[in-house]
Each structure stands twice: as structure tokens, then as C-alpha cells.
Write a protein that binds this ligand. Structure first.
Ligand code: ATP
Ligand code: MG
Length: 563
């Protein structure tokens, strides 16, 4: 585990860019791109890449393109295209008019492939997939030349034209770059650059039945757009020589520099599209936007603010070595933002009834309560106080152990913004023995929370007035997995066997203060002493709010840092 709080200035990609600017390497502004494949929803790992690409462009007066790397018609879908745009925008970034699709370049990519054939640098290979694998060799053994490697340029041109025309079934031929079957880098052993796939594409329909491979498409798309720095994750390090080979061989005017950085891993979750798709398809979660998912749509629905996510991405920095970041740091960033920005209100998750015996019946008092102790601009509301209240059931213990300072028989506590109350007696169900209600008295002299005689209480509790409270549904979320490394089981147990059965709990009988009747969907609140909550953007309506717990108040990150 790393403790990733290096200053922003220290990251190596920023240094490369500063260097390139100082040496006037480019005669135009910085241009980066974020190139998702539209085959799933974006997750926190993508957020890191988005913040890096769009962030650097903004910082150095450049621009960042959004480009869909849509060369794989089987797995792609317009639903993903839409969600990806929504997620990038929500994170706070704008590609302006620079929304591109690799599929828009298909005609030009085809022309580049023909160019390579004419140069004698690409050939049509008719080995099947298994034979190609066999001929490729291994890490320790060089590969063998394909028997089709020396086809004439004319024959290659003819076959490639007929591949495009749809004369052959899937898998009959591929187009391969002619590089070096003995290269120590397996990627350079005559990689496939086009394959036949009779599949309808979400943008080009049935226009094409051959599709370019990632390694051929990506570098040329970067070059066509005029990208200066092509930032990608470490697994593409071995592909960099191929990236450069394609651009050098075709002698294109723009040859971006590929720079690799370590992908983000987070504890207690998985950041692999394949695994996230599995969780959705097999219904382990309610959908891509299940608030437990590490997807952008999941954390948005959970109530993570985009500012907190951007701050997190800045803080984790950018390194060249893979590492895992503690989820507690992300949660810390969320708290840090909401601590300042969320109005504070009162709600009781597990209510227990309290009767104030010396408070007149059918009477109410309105108590002034600010929405934020440090920010008067957030205003205040009036809290109704009456004879029957609810407090949190675990704020009371009939036989309190030593360190329990909250309410107990004979003990006095403060009710936030209200009065001191003392517990006088407990009423129980005679058959079950369960506590039904507490009888208390209040001290009218302590209005506002202080006693004129200076006596102290050890606890301040949150509460709501029974007659005025709204009944609400509150959903509690916790880590989706029980292990910090769901993929790390020594005996190879599947990540799904570590799903946390307690990651979701729904409470339907919570009582919240009446001011929340006005809460609109997608609003943040701190429920005092309980955590940060967010009115669900999908299931909530003004007047009948449903709250998702975004994060508790307990900051594990501060504990970890002190260790
Ligand atoms: P796939 O297996 O489908 O290629 P992917 O996670 O690489 O999955 P892409 O849509 O290709 O998904 O990713 C878009 C961009 O986001 C790429 O530049 C990729 O390197 C980057 N990215 C993906 N996952 C992470 C991660 N965990 N941390 C940082 N960047 C990531
Ligand atoms: Mg990818």
C-alpha cells in the first residue's frame, strides 16, 4: 500500500510536459485525449486517466479530446457511448467540439493499411488463429515466419480488397504488419492489424466487415488528431515500439509521444471492466449505478461530489509503478468536501420514543438551528420541539458499561439545539421485554443547550419531534467486498466469493426533521453524528426523499496516516 500524498509538481508526466514546453518541442499547444472503448461504464480508474488528460491540458493551456476507441463492434453499445459522455461531463470536464470516434477514421485507416501493403510492410496471412499463435513462438523461443509472409504486393492488395468486399468469412485471413518474427518483444512479431468480422457496428452499420486492431488504430487516431502526448496505462509499455513503428513506417507528419503511467487500484473493490460487467450481468448489484459500484455512475448516485473525486485524483499522483490506493483516502476526500459544503440536519435511523413528562401536551416550541456551525451563509431553520420525541436507540442503554456516556436511567444529556433531558424511567413490553419508550424530564432553563448553573453533561444527542418528523427510507452502503484485495486470494478463490453480504441495508422507518420535506433529489446533507447522506437521484422525489448514505463520519484515513 502506498501513502500517495506527493505534491502535484512531482509527477513525471507533468515534468515531461514542462520540459517539452521549455524546449519548444511542439509548435502548437498541448493536446491530449481520453480514449475509452465504449464497452462498459467508466470507473474510478478511468477517473484518474480523465483527470490526468483533461487536467494537464487545462493546466498548460492545451486541449483534450474525447475519442471513442470503437473498433470492436461485438462488445460496443450506444448505451456506453452516452454514459461515458455523461460521466466525463459530471467530473467537470469539457471536450467542447472535439468529440471523435476511431470509426470516423475507418476509411483513412484502410488507406494507411493499403500504403503499408504497397511498401511491402504488411501482408495478408491465411493461417488460422491457432496457427498464428503457434508460429508466434514464446517469450523464450523466437517465432517462425508465416508461409504467407512473402505474398506479392499485388496478391496482398487483391486479397485485402476482397476482404473488405466481404468475400471471406470471419477468420479466413488477417492483415499483418511485416516486422520481425524473432523480435524479443512478442508484440513486434508481425502483429495483426486488420481482421474480418461480419458484425454490425453501432456507428458504421454494415459498411465494414473488416475492422482495424487497437494497435494500428490508436497511434494513427492520435496522429490524425494531432495529439502531442499520448498518455496511457503501463500495460501498453510493450506496445510502444509498435506505436512508433506504425507512425515511423508511414512517415506521418504528426508522431505523438506515448507515455505510460500506473493504473489505479483501490482497496475493497475491483477496477476491471470485465469483472464489473460480471457483477451487473449476474445481478450481484442492482446495475452499473448501484451505489456500491466503483463506477462513476455508482459513486455519483452514492453522493460522491465530483470535486472530491478530482481532489483524490490529484492527491494520488501519477507514478510509473503499480500500487493500490486505500479506499479510505477516497472517502476522506469525500468527507473533506462535504464537511464544508453539506448542510447539517437531524435524522434518527433507529428511532426510540422519548416522552418528556414535564413538557405540556399539544404544545410546541420552535428552536433556531443553523445549517452549518462555521458558515452562517448557509442559513438556519426552526426545529419544532414537543412532548414526544425520537432519539437513536443506541444512544440509550439501560445498564451502561463504563465508557458509555449517553442516555441511561437517571442520567442527563443534551439534545442538540434544545434542552437537557434526564431519563426517569423505562417502559418495556411485558411479554418481550423490549424497550417501548423512555420517560424523561427536561430542564426549561437549559434552552439552547447550556445550563445557567454551569452543570455539564457528557453527551449531545440528535433527535426529532414525533408529531413533526417525516418517515423516510435510508439506504446504508458499505464496501462491496470484505477483503481489501478481492483478487488476491492465495488459493485462487474467485473475487465474487468475497462480496460483502452486509454491503447494503435498507431502513424504512427512519424519522427525519421536517425541513427535509423540501429536499430535492441529488442533495447532500450531513445527518448530525451519523454521516453524509444524499437524496437518491433516481428514486427520490421532493416531498418523499430516499437517502443514500454516502459515507460515515468516521475517518479511517486519518487513523491510517497517524500509524
Ligand atoms: P478494456 O479492457 O476494455 O480495454 P480499459 O479499462 O483499458 O478496459 P478503456 O476504455 O480502454 O478501458 O480505457 C480508457 C482509458 O482509461 C485508457 O487510456 C486506459 O488506459 C485508462 N484506464 C483504464 N483503467 C484505468 C485504471 N485503473 N487506472 C488508470 N487509467 C485507467
Ligand atoms: Mg483499453
Amino acid at each position: 500500500m502506498t501513502s500517495p500524498e506527493q505534491p502535484a509538481s512531482s509527477h513525471f508526466i507533468r515534468n515531461i510536459i514542462i520540459d517539452d514546453i521549455q524546449t519548444c518541442k511542439y509548435d502548437r499547444p498541448l493536446m491530449t485525449r481520453f480514449p475509452p472503448e465504449p464497452n462498459g461504464y467508466l470507473h474510478m480508474g478511468h477517473a484518474k486517466s480523465i483527470c490526468l488528460n483533461f487536467g494537464l491540458a487545462a493546466e498548460f493551456g492545451g486541449v483534450c479530446n474525447l475519442r471513442f476507441d470503437d473498433t470492436n463492434p461485438g462488445k460496443e453499445d450506444i448505451e456506453y457511448v452516452t454514459s461515458i459522455q455523461e460521466d466525463v461531463r459530471w467530473l467537470g470536464f469539457d471536450w467542447k467540439d472535439r468529440l471523435y470516434y476511431a470509426s470516423d477514421y475507418f476509411e483513412r485507416l484502410y488507406a494507411f493499411a493499403v500504403c503499408l501493403i504497397r511498401m511491402g510492410k504488411a501482408y495478408v496471412c491465411s493461417l488460422n488463429a491457432e496457427q498464428i499463435r503457434e508460429y508466434r513462438g514464446t517469450l523464450t523461443q523466437p517465432g517462425k515466419d508465416s508461409p504467407y509472409r512473402n505474398r506479392s504486393i499485388e496478391e496482398n492488395l487483391d486479397l485485402f480488397t476482397r476482404m473488405r468486399a466481404g468475400e471471406f468469412p470471419d477468420g479466413a485471413h488477417v492483415l499483418r504488419a511485416k516486422i520481425d518474427m524473432t523480435s524479443p518483444n512478442m508484440v513486434m512479431r508481425d502483429p495483426t492489424i486488420y481482421r474480418i468480422r461480419h458484425a454490425s457496428h453501432h456507428r458504421t452499420g454494415n459498411t465494414w466487415c473488416i475492422y482495424p486492431m487497437y494497435d494500428f488504430t490508436h497511434c494513427l487516431s492520435d496522429s490524425i488528431e494531432g495529439i502531442t502526448h499520448s498518455i496511457c496505462t503501463l500495460e501498453f509499455e510493450n506496445n510502444r515500439p509498435l506505436y512508433d513503428w506504425v507512425l515511423d513506417t508511414l512517415a506521418v507528419p504528426c508522431h505523438p509521444r506515448q507515455i505510460e503511467f500506473a493504473r489505479l487500484n483501490l482497496t475493497y473493490t475491483v477496477l476491471s471492466k470485465r469483472k464489473l460487467i460480471e457483477l451487473v450481468d449476474k445481478k450481484y448489484v442492482s446495475g452499473w449505478d448501484d451505489p456500491r459500484m466503483p463506477t462513476i455512475s455508482g459513486i455519483r448516485r452514492r453522493g460522491y461530489p465530483p470535486e472530491a473525486v478530482r481532489n483524490f485524483c490529484e492527491r494520488i499522483g501519477v507514478a510509473k509503478k503499480d500500487s493500490t490506493v486505500d479506499m479510505a483516502l477516497l472517502e476522506h476526500c469525500v468527507r473533506e468536501y462535504l464537511n464544508e459544503h453539506a448542510p447539517r440536519v437531524m435524522g434518527v435511523l433507529h428511532p426510540i420514543r422519548v416522552i418528556i413528562d414535564n413538557f405540556p401536551e399539544n404544545h410546541e416550541e420552535m428552536l433556531e438551528a443553523p445549517y452549518h456551525p462555521d458558515n452562517p451563509d448557509m442559513g438556519s431553520r426552526k426545529l419544532p420541539f414537543s412532548r414526544v420525541l425520537y432519539i437513536e436507540s443506541d444512544d440509550f442503554m439501560e445498564e451502561p458499561p463504563k465508557k458509555f456516556y449517553r442516555l441511561a436511567p437517571g442520567r442527563e444529556v443534551r439534545l442538540r439545539y434544545a434542552y437537557f433531558i434526564r431519563c426517569e424511567s423505562v417502559v418495556k413490553d411485558p411479554t418481550t421485554g423490549n424497550i417501548l419508550e423512555l420517560h424523561c424530564t427536561y430542564d426549561p432553563e437549559t434552552r439552547g443547550g447550556g445550563a445557567p448553573d454551569g452543570r455539564k453533561v457528557k453527551a449531545t444527542l440528535h433527535w426529532v419531534s414525533e408529531a413533526h418528523a417525516i418517515t423516510a427510507t435510508i439506504r446504508l452502503y458499505d464496501h462491496l467486498f470484505t477483503r481489501p484485495d478481492p483478487d488476491g486470494d492465495k488459493n485462487g478463490a474467485d473475487f465474487k466469493s468475497f462480496i460483502n453480504p452486509a454491503s447494503f441495508e435498507m431502513l424504512t422507518d427512519c424519522r427525519i426533521e421536517p425541513s427535509l420535506s423540501q429536499a430535492t433529489p441529488s442533495s447532500h446533507y450531513q445527518f448530525e453524528r451519523l454521516g453524509y447522506f444524499f437524496t437518491d437521484p433516481v428514486d427520490s422525489a421532493t416531498g418523499s426523499p430516499i437517502f443514500n448514505r454516502t459515507v460515515t463520519l468516521k475517518d479511517e484515513w486519518m487513523k491510517i496516516r497517524k500509524q
